[in-house]
Design a protein around this ligand. Structure first.
Ligand code: BGC
Length: 756
């Protein structure tokens, strides 16, 4: 098994076994020429920092380190000019002329920004997701880069955690599919080509399991939970050939990930056969000191011993490893191993053949923010949006009459790109107002009013405005703004209210204890609702929100996430029906924060509550339902899809047999549309407790109005298998319930028996 995986990875990296041997021979030959200090230097990843970007490219300190061979890679700078200057220092002025690798947080696009990853995953469209990563790689490599700190594949079941926006939600199977698509998109078939770049899977591991959803917090979970629910997406990315992986900030089994030998060596390399290199997260090696593991020398030695190869920013390895070698705490062989892995990555990227292969002054103008890339982003954004509610078929809107367009995010470019857009320029984005105005021309009248601040709370605003003012506080009073919006609403046939979160209200270091729409905007929505006019809410946000009031009072709700550069155009496409929404949420929307963690693939308790009666001595809340507001996999369409009952090709199976489960899907509405058909399987009796159901397949199907199609899934024992108490992947005979449907909560089901 391991062999197959390594081979697949090698093929994807564009390496035959021969080429791989060749690379390792070349890397070893180079290593033999290096001094110990030069080897340690390769383990050092630094960022020159903001002030340096417009100056001498790199700070004098970093500059002299590069010349001395003390830097293996740089991140945080881009553009052919800057990267060339930095690469010159390494290639022309260091003793062995070893090129550097250049990384950046290319997360959902480089300069043409795509929707935030949680939005990308809601499209369930692996082809589009792969294409978005391919475009990101084309743009980033045109800017001199060759290493993307992405995909982020951390499973998250807690919407308080701000970084839920950067991943693919709560499901390990879907998360794995997205991880593969993104890795393939970045790395292509030939990693040494000048338009592909190395992926860095992060954050290894379990970062999304932070207690209470509080950023950087403790993670503590059973091995079964890890193997079954949290680890599969990392493994899928590695099997897809990802060249590097980033360790996470959190601890695992009471040992921080960056110094965790079980994680970085036993699991990652011995069990999974990973051959690339491991980089720490930003100063995560140093942070082991605050975790209580020891001083900088101790933690740096521990990290190296554990299997960490490259130290991001903290320079603990650079400054302490020689001492640790002298004291016998680490060996030269430990350093050699890490250094070799980094050199091999540089060989794979083709940097030894041509250190300047990603540096071409002509490319930015040709490859970045092109009309074609923007068009792809617009399409991706429309496909990522999720229609949460559509009463009286108010959507799609007609391009006539008067539309009151209100809300702090309605005429706002600043917040359309979302979190983690290092190279993205918000001024290049399209506001909702601009997109809608463009779509209607002069056939409809749009009256705009801001209506509210994103937040009225100055302290909260200061917190989210660290990267520039995203949540501004208007000079007008909240009452004045609301009055203006209500006046606009009174003149209109329909209200479109664009509300939610500013870009950095989700993302790193953006945990929220209250995940509702901020109070200022809720007050606005209530005033708008009181006008009695149809109220369409367009949500811009990076995480599931609590929307009970909105769900009850809005006529329609469109979840648009942070849609990226083409935000306004894509939203207009969906609102006016040029694109019929097909997204489905990939993270459960709770009714209230008290239900968190809430996720569809939960276990049954010994006292399950069936929702009837008061439920005394059952597993429930006194003051809240057990059900989410919107379940995993949920999302509406302008058309109506009907599912037939499931047809199983066999109802009794044995051993390695397979069956086909199919449904006839009919588009019974008036619009052409796409539906994400989801396959879930339940295993009601097993040697360990299983979740109530698990996603095992999905297909995105396109149907004209009135058209029907048979949608089939092949099912084998692989889809029945799980990690048992010995952490062995097994399937156990018995009854299984096959479910196919439109969301995790709305399925057709059929039973079958599978014998050994
Ligand atoms: C984040 C990573 C990111 C790194 C470099 C860290 O704070 O956790 O996701 O790649 O910074 O910018």
């Amino acid at each position: 098994m391991k062999k197959t995986i390594t081979l697949t990875a090698a093929i994807i990296l564009g390496l035959t076994a021969f080429a791989q041997n060749d690379i390792s021979t070349k890397a070893k030959a180079l290593l033999a020429k290096m001094t110990l200090d030069e080897k340690i230097g390769q383990l050092n990843l630094v960022t020159p920092g903001g002030g340096m970007l417009t100056g001498a490219v790199v700070s004098s300190d970093v500059e002299s380190k590069i010349k001395k061979g003390q830097v293996g890679g740089l991140f945080g700078i881009y553009s052919p000019e800057k990267v060339r200057k930095a690469q010159d220092l390494a290639v022309k002025e260091s003793r062995l002329h070893i090129p550097m690798i250049f990384g950046l947080d290319v997360i959902h696009g480089h300069k043409t920004i795509f929707p935030i990853p949680l939005g990308l995953s809601a499209s369930w469209d692996m082809g589009l997701i792969e294409a978005s990563a391919q475009i990101a790689a084309k743009e980033a490599t045109a800017d001199g880069l060759n290493w993307a700190f992405s995909p982020m594949v951390d499973i998250a079941r807690d919407a308080r955690w701000g970084r839920i926006s950067e991943g693919s939600g709560e499901d390990p199977f879907l998360g794995g599919e997205v991880a593969k698509a993104v890795v393939h998109g970045y790395q292509g078939k030939n990693l040494a080509a000048n338009n592909t770049m190395m992926a860095c899977v992060k954050h290894f591991a379990l970062y999304g399991g932070a207690e209470a959803g509080r950023e950087y917090n403790t993670v503590d979970m059973s091995r079964i939970k890890m193997y079954e629910y949290y680890l599969p997406p990392y493994k899928a990315a590695i099997d897809a050939g990802a060249g590097s992986i980033m360790s996470s900030f959190n601890e695992i089994d009471a040992v921080p990930a960056s110094g965790n030998q079980w994680l970085l060596t036993d699991l990652l390399r011995k069990q999974w056969g990973f051959k690339g290199f491991v980089v720490s997260d930003y100063t995560s090696v140093n942070e082991m000191t605050a975790h209580g593991i020891g001083d900088l020398q101790t933690v740096s030695a521990k990290a190296l011993k554990a299997g960490l190869d490259m130290d991001m920013v903290g320079e603990g390895m650079l400054t302490t490893l020689s001492k640790s070698i002298k004291e016998g705490k680490v060996s030269i062989a430990d350093v050699d191993q890490a250094c070799l892995r980094i050199l091999e990555a540089k060989f794979k990227l083709g940097l030894f053949d041509d250190p300047y292969r990603y540096i071409d002054d002509a490319r930015p103008a040709k490859d970045i923010l092109t009309a074609e890339n923007r068009e792809a982003s617009r399409k991706m954004a429309a496909h990522s949006m999720v229609l949460l509610r559509n009463n009286h078929q108010i959507l799609p809107l007609k391009k006539s009459g008067t539309i009151a367009l209100v809300g702090p995010l309605a005429h706002n470019r600043r917040n359309m790109l979302g979190t983690w857009v290092v190279a993205g320029d918000w001024q290049k984005s399209v506001s909702v107002y601009e997109g809608m105005q463009q779509a209607v021309g002069n056939t409809a009248n749009i009256i705009y009013a801001k209506g509210a601040n994103i937040t009225d709370d100055a302290k909260f605003a200061a917190h989210v405005n660290v990267f520039g003012v995203q949540a501004d506080i208007d000079t007008r009073s909240p009452a004045d703004m609301i009055n203006e919006a209500v006046a606009a609403a009174n003149k209109a046939d329909v209200i479109v209210a664009v509300v939610g979160e500013s870009a950095d209200m989700s993302g790193e270091s953006s945990s929220r204890a209250d995940i509702s729409i901020p109070a200022s905007q809720q007050t606005l929505l209530k005033a708008l609702s009181a006008t009695g006019k149809p109220l369409v809410i367009v949500l811009i946000n990076g995480r599931p929100l609590t929307l009970v009031w909105e769900n009850e009072h809005a006529t329609a709700i469109l979840e648009a996430w942070a849609p990226g550069t083409e935000a306004g155009n894509a939203i207009a496409d969906v609102l006016f029906g040029a694109y019929n929404p097909s997204g489905k949420i990939t993270a459960t929307f709770p009714r209230s924060v008290g239900q968190i963690p809430i996720y569809y693939n939960h276990k049954n308790t010994g006292r399950p509550f069936d929702g009837t009666g008061i439920g005394k001595f059952k597993s429930n809340y006194l003051d809240e339902s057990n059900d989410p507001l919107y379940p995993f996999g949920y999302g509406l369409s302008y058309t109506k899809f009907e599912y037939s009952d499931i047809k199983l090709s066999k109802k009794e199976l044995k051993g390695n047999e397979k069956l086909t489960a199919s449904v006839v899907l009919k588009n019974a509405g008036n619009y052409a549309g796409e539906e994400v058909v989801q396959l879930y399987i339940s295993d009601p009796v097993a040697s360990i407790t299983r979740s109530v159901k698990d996603l095992k397949g999905f297909q995105k199907v396109s149907l004209q109005a009135g058209e029907s199609k048979t949608v089939s899934f092949e099912i084998g024992t692989e889809q029945l298998s799980f990690f048992n108490s010995d952490l062995k992947k097994v399937w156990e005979p018995g009854e299984f319930i096959i479910q196919i449907g439109t969301s995790s909560a709305e399925v057709k089901s059929e039973k079958l028996v599978w014998n050994k």
